[in-house]
Design a protein. Structure first.
Length: 72
């Protein structure tokens, strides 16, 4: 299920206090549930390029998610 961006947190993939930049390359809209999961022990989130997220779960399993670009 997708959540409208207006209901999401604009979240830093790499936390700002750890040196993460506030730019498209490090921001992604996450619903509150996924935002909390990202911060839970054992979870890891990478964003190799804007709009592509790689989630690593505590089990080591990895999932890749991408967003559809917004037409300009």
């Amino acid at each position: 299920m997708r959540t409208a961006a207006i209901s999401c947190d604009d979240d830093h993939t790499l936390a700002y206090h750890l040196g993460g930049r506030t730019c498209e390359c490090n921001l992604y809209p996450l619903c509150r549930r996924h935002h909390r999961a990202k911060q839970a022990p054992g979870w890891h989130l990478d964003q190799p390029r804007p709009g592509e997220l790689i989630w690593t779960l505590p089990s080591g399993r990895r999932y890749t998610s991408t967003i559809d670009p917004y037409p300009v």
